[in-house]
Design a binder for this molecule. Structure first.
Ligand code: ASP
Ligand code: MG
Length: 589
């Protein structure tokens, strides 16, 4: 019998009427011949309310007790939902995390799932009952209640769908699907019929927060088909599966508005400095985002990154200490910046996306102060006042408002269902462990750096357009923020077209009257690819540390949800690869 997991978020179960509405959706699924597991969140703003009660007593409540407190919200909903189903004539049973057997680690308030036992759920399902599971909660080895972090019910739902081998995991929410961008900012945004796990992960991390990121990591790891749809209508929502909606290079775009940019200027360019800086920042529990380290000139390099604007003072405090510790020159920062990103799996195989994006932004006379790229994402930092304008320009240049002509089918490939079965055998332990898919060394690359690019609108667009016109396909692009009206742009290209690319770069610097391009004809790119790279924050640090311990100097860095790439000198490439393989031996799939 097919099995379906339905998850209802807080707004979908905010009052008894809505709970009855959700119950009717579950009944409809049961009537069409499915076994049904319903996962619920706490009603409305209950969790916020519970937290504020504790905060009225103390601002440092004990985290074990916080979990006992917060988990009570979901316990109310499961009981009411079971009562609602029975009142409508259906057999149902409510289950807490402990009753199901959702085992987690000990990290109270942000626990990770270790294993889930399916016995009690299966028994109830086989007895013809609808199972109502409390989202967001589990128990640790001591039997203490734990919670999975705010928004964690999504993760509970997808995890249950994974262990039960469900045919689909429906996420009912107050939006009716995933959009090409936030429709509250751009009304022309389009609801997509389908989006790939990788694209969704990138968009979720950019704050296009329809779902908890960890739940999508789970879905990807176990091949769960996720269907995001509205609790308040019957329209089809968006499927999150392995295949993208179409072959278009861009699937969606997003803006992150409350950011600040910091630069440590004149960092001595030697192994370990970047690692030291980011370990200090991690110690202070500050989440860094766009990290850009450009190549060193005269033995010094600049390292820039963005952070949530609210962490600015705390970050400046850390940087002031690091400045002395590593002997950097000074700190530079910019408040009120926004990051606009485009995401698409199709970018991997199609060129020209970067220049198209830069061109659209430059047409609005908007200046880009930082650029980072990964295989499936390009991000540009602009000033906050230009944020919405930038988003609009980018959205329309890729015609995201139009339904693509050739839509893909959502079918999961046979490859995927094989790995799904295998993973389900191995699911019982380490459900949320990081999965490293591969560690690669690409020794076919060269790097060009333009040290003095005029820092004004349209320059990146012109530059990458001219490069594309010459038939050159660029791989990594990094623009560090400008100082004294100049920015530094580095990019990598295949070695065999280095000369051709250098010719274009030379022409450009001549026209700008700026310093000649520099290059390294033999760089290597080391890439660690996997799932859960961002939510397991220590990974980038371990990567930097491993290379630093091996005395390997890191040049350009670029990170995304599914990969971290670093360029090093070709001569260090092989050694770097071996060191990383050793470091991550236990996690490689
Ligand atoms: N009730 C929890 C929260 O508000 C979990 C969830 O809604 O997913 O964070
Ligand atoms: Mg929620």
């Amino acid at each position: 019998m097919p099995l379906i997991v339905q998850k209802f978020g807080g707004t979908s179960v905010a009052d008894p009427q809505k709970i009855l509405g959700a119950a009717r959706k579950a009944i409809r699924a049961a009537q069409s011949g499915n076994q049904v597991v319903v996962v619920v969140s706490a009603m409305g703003k209950t969790t916020d309310h519970l937290i504020s009660l504790a905060n009225e007593i103390t601002d440092r409540p004990n985290s074990r007790e916080m979990d006992t407190l917060m988990s009570s919200g979901e316990q109310i909903t499961i009981a009411l939902m079971a009562i609602a189903l029975e009142s409508l004539g259906y057999k149902a049973v409510s289950m807490t995390g402990a009753q199901i057997g959702i085992k987690t680690d000990n990290t109270h308030t942000k626990a990770r799932i270790k294993s889930i036992s399916t016995d009690s759920m299966k028994r109830a399902l086989d007895a013809g009952k609808i199972v109502i599971a409390a989202g967001f909660q589990g128990i640790n080895d001591n039997g203490d209640i734990t919670t999975l972090g705010r928004g964690g019910s999504d993760t509970s739902a997808v995890a249950l769908a994974a262990v039960l081998n469900a045919d689909e995991c429906e996420i009912y929410t107050d939006v009716d699907g995933v959009y090409t961008t936030d429709p509250r900012i751009l009304p022309e945004a389009r609801k997509v019929s389908q989006i790939s796990y990788d694209e969704m992960l990138e968009l979720a991390s950019l704050g296009a927060g329809v779902m908890h990121s960890r739940s999508i990591e789970f879905a990807k790891k176990f091949g769960v088909t996720v269907h995001v749809r509205s609790s308040f209508s019957d329209s089809e929502g968006t499927l999150i599966v392995a295949t993208p909606e179409s072959d278009s290079p861009v699937a969606g775009c997003a803006v992150a508005k409350n950011e600040a940019r910091l630069t440590l200027v004149g960092v001595p360019d030697k192994p370990g400095n970047a690692m030291w800086l980011f370990s200090r920042i991690a110690e202070a529990k500050i989440a860094t985002d766009m990290i850009v380290q450009n190549v060193g000139l005269e033995g010094r390099t600049d390292i820039s990154f963005t952070i949530p604007a609210t962490d600015l003072t705390a970050t400046l405090d850390v940087l002031n200490i690091v400045l002395d510790e590593i002997g950097a020159e000074r700190i530079d920062y910019q408040e009120k910046v926004a990051k606009v990103s485009v995401v698409g799996l199709g970018m991997e195989s199609q060129s020209g996306v970067a220049e198209k994006m830069f061109r659209a932004i430059s047409k609005q006379k908007i200046n880009i102060s930082m650029i980072t790229t990964s295989e499936i994402k390009i991000s540009a930092l602009v000033s906050l006042e230009d944020a919405s304008e930038t988003l609009r320009a980018v959205h329309s240049t890729f015609e995201l408002q139009k339904t693509p002509v050739n839509l893909n089918k959502p079918e999961t490939s046979s490859m995927q269902s094989i790995s799904k079965v295998e993973l389900n055998v191995a699911q019982i332990s380490g459900m949320e462990d990081i999965v490293i898919e591969s560690i690669n060394l690409d020794r076919r690359q060269a790097r060009i750096t333009l040290p003095e690019v005029p820092d004004k609108p349209g320059v990146a667009a012109e530059m990458f357009e001219r490069i594309a016109d010459a038939g050159i396909i660029v791989d990594m692009i990094v623009q560090s923020c400008g100082r004294e009206g100049k920015a530094m742009i580095s990019f990598t290209i295949p070695r065999d077209i280095l000369q051709k690319a250098l010719n274009v770069a030379n022409e450009l610097t001549k026209e700008w009257g700026s310093i000649k391009p520099q290059f390294n004809a033999e760089v290597a790119i080391l890439t660690v690819r996997g799932t859960g790279l961002r939510s397991h924050t220590g990974l980038a640090y371990r990567m930097f540390k491993t290379l630093a311990d091996g005395n390997i100097n890191v040049n350009v860095i670029s990170t995304s949800e599914r990969s971290i790439s670093i360029t090093v000198n070709d001569a260090s490439g092989e050694n770097g690869l071996q060191l990383l393989k050793k470091e991550f031996a236990a996690e490689i799939m």
